[in-house]
Design a protein around this ligand. Structure first.
Ligand code: 13P
Length: 320
């Protein structure tokens, strides 16, 4: 993890990440670690502050699309800002979605981006080969696992289709949910984890990402549902901690139920991005305040994860 005392050159004082143990502790203790997405750098400080004040273990997460399409800058700018605003031991820095094939159907040099992030001291990384056929997703994920192993950093990958980032409209949600189209297949999930050695698996069980296209990013997100029996069949096939993307807008009972059934990390983006963007015309300070307030609500009221930093640090030191 990046230490507050680390003011040296990027990566020089990097120590092996403890994120792997923290996630296993979350799985074992049936709690969840929220990952808050940061599309604008000024959002980072209020998220860190809210997590620290509530003693909640959380990831500060930035996806490639957040520096390509929003204002997160670059992995280096993100790591710098993280060093600047980090307080205490409640947060870890996660590189979210680095797609192999992106939401606009462009190929991405994912290995270069992830190598940079590892050198910058990110605590965990995600490669997203979910738009590829199974064998190619396995191949890309294996490459990233090999890269990250040297830095002792855990890797997340995705299997199944968590839609929403693409520019076009979603297929009708009820149809998607009822048909289970794109849901992670349990047998494939088992083979995927076995063949890649990936640490955490993002699954599709009814969850969708909030829209990010200019035309639809301000829309109110649909209240997605989760097929918890389907999650159970994945859980039975896979020992790895599972990740729920598209956390904004899912009714909290579903999320809490999913946590009892193997979800150890939940990604939250739209829920804090929209309040930031709505308040920004007033001032950056007002926008940061809106992020702080919304993050507190998510942590305390919606996820009920205040106090997990102490719990998980204790749990991770005794975790198998
Ligand atoms: P939401 O914007 O729907 O919360 O999704 C965030 C996410 O999953 C980022 O990986």
């Amino acid at each position: 993890m990046i230490k507050a005392s680390d003011t040296g050159m990027a990566g020089e004082s990097m120590e092996s990440s403890d994120s792997r143990a923290l996630m296993r502790a979350a799985l074992r203790l049936r709690t969840v670690i929220p990952a808050f997405n940061i599309p604008y750098l000024p959002m980072m400080a209020p998220v860190v502050q809210a997590l620290t004040e509530t003693d909640c273990l959380g990831f500060i997460a930035v996806a490639r699309l957040e520096w390509e399409k929003f204002e997160a800058g670059s992995p280096a700018a993100i790591a710098d800002e993280y060093r600047r605003v980090k307080m205490g031991e409640c947060t870890r820095l996660h590189l979210d979605h680095v797609p192999v094939l992106d939401e606009d159907d462009e190929w991405v040099d994912y290995e270069a981006i992830i190598s940079d992030a590892l050198a910058l001291g990110f605590d965990s990384v995600m490669v997203d080969g979910s738009r590829l056929p199974f064998a190619e997703n396995v191949e890309a994920t294996r490459r990233v696992v090999a890269l990250a192993q040297a830095a002792g950093v855990p890797v997340e990958a995705e299997l199944g289709a968590v839609l929403g980032h693409e520019a076009g409209p979603l297929p009708p949600y009820e149809e998607l949910f009822a048909s289970g189209r794109g849901f992670t297949a349990p047998e494939e999930a088992r083979d995927f984890v076995d063949q890649t050695g990936v640490d955490w698996l993002s699954v599709a069980i009814g969850n969708v990402h909030g829209a990010i296209s200019a035309a639809r990013k301000d829309d109110e997100k649909i209240a997605a549902r989760l097929n918890v029996p389907h999650l159970d069949t994945i859980r039975a096939a896979v020992d790895a901690p599972l990740v729920l993307h598209g956390g904004s807008g899912i009714p909290q009972d579903y999320v809490r139920e999913a946590v009892l059934h193997g979800i150890a990390k939940v990604n939250v983006g739209t829920a804090i991005r929209q309040p930031y963007e709505q308040a920004l015309p007033r001032s950056v300070e007002a926008a940061r305040e809106a992020v702080y307030t919304r993050t507190l609500e998510v942590v305390r009221d919606e996820l009920g994860v205040a106090g997990t930093a102490t719990l998980l640090r204790g749990g991770s030191s005794t975790a198998a």
